[in-house]
Write a protein that binds this ligand. Structure first.
Ligand SMILES: [Zn+2]
Ligand SMILES: [Zn+2]
Length: 157
């Protein structure tokens, strides 16, 4: 669980507090394994009267496979979060603001569905499976010749 003590800003309109948290996957019940290591959350909670406004940024490392060439990608990632809660909401108990759910959801939703090792990744050759970023294979030229032949035939008719 991730809980923040907001006793300092409770009942004080306009008050805010900065916080910084380090936590791991288990702490927020995160089952996805595309992240690795420790998460860092830097944020601010402001008492805006009707609610507490949370703004923050989660920074962490990711470990995914390129969706085209399947090579592992290690990267740094960050996700902005923003939420609002009030004294009548379940997130607030005693003087503690439970932000576990907000943080977990932001990380789950932030997972890139088609990660790429680089913008112009050439992927794998569909015939021989070779990684076209690293080397070229014969199939490619054959396919190209084949296409050219079809084009020539087409132009002849
Ligand atoms: Zn790739
Ligand atoms: Zn090939």
């Amino acid at each position: 669980m991730l809980k923040i003590d907001i006793s300092q800003i409770r009942g004080n309109l306009g008050e805010f507090q900065d916080f910084s948290l380090l936590f791991d996957r288990a702490r927020i019940d995160l089952e996805h394994d595309w992240t690795q290591g420790i998460f860092r959350l830097d944020g601010t909670i402001t008492n805006v009267g009707v609610a507490y406004q949370l703004r923050g940024k989660i920074s962490f490392k990711t470990q995914q496979s390129c969706s085209r060439c399947l090579e592992p990608i290690d990267a740094d990632s960050s996700i902005d979060i923003s939420a609002e809660t009030s004294d009548v909401d379940d997130e607030i108990e005693e003087d503690l603001y439970n932000i576990t759910e907000i943080v977990r959801e932001a990380i789950v939703c932030g997972e890139p569905l088609k990660p790429l090792c680089k913008e112009d990744c050439s992927g794998l050759c569909p015939s021989c499976g070779i990684n076209c970023n690293i080397s070229t294979c014969a199939c490619e030229t054959e396919q190209l010749d084949f296409r050219l032949e079809r084009l020539r035939d087409y132009l002849k008719n």
